[in-house]
Write a protein that binds this ligand. Structure first.
Ligand SMILES: [Zn+2]
Length: 59
């Protein structure tokens, strides 16, 4: 059985401060470190939606 597909996602900007001073964090594996605001965060891909908000019924 093969391993589940896993792709490293690379952010262009810090989601907290908007700066581009990102580098891979030493720990945890797969996390990103922002040199501007010193936050460490991860990105997760949860799948593809079949739902579009623009097609939702309006109340
Ligand atoms: Zn930041």
């Amino acid at each position: 059985m093969s391993e589940p597909f896993q792709r490293t996602l690379a952010p262009f900007y810090c989601p907290y401060c908007g700066e581009e001073t990102l580098r891979p964090a030493a720990q945890p594996t797969g996390a990103w470190h922002c040199d501007s605001c010193l936050r460490i965060f991860e990105l997760h891909f949860h799948g593809v939606s079949t739902y579009r908000e623009s097609e939702a019924a309006t109340w």
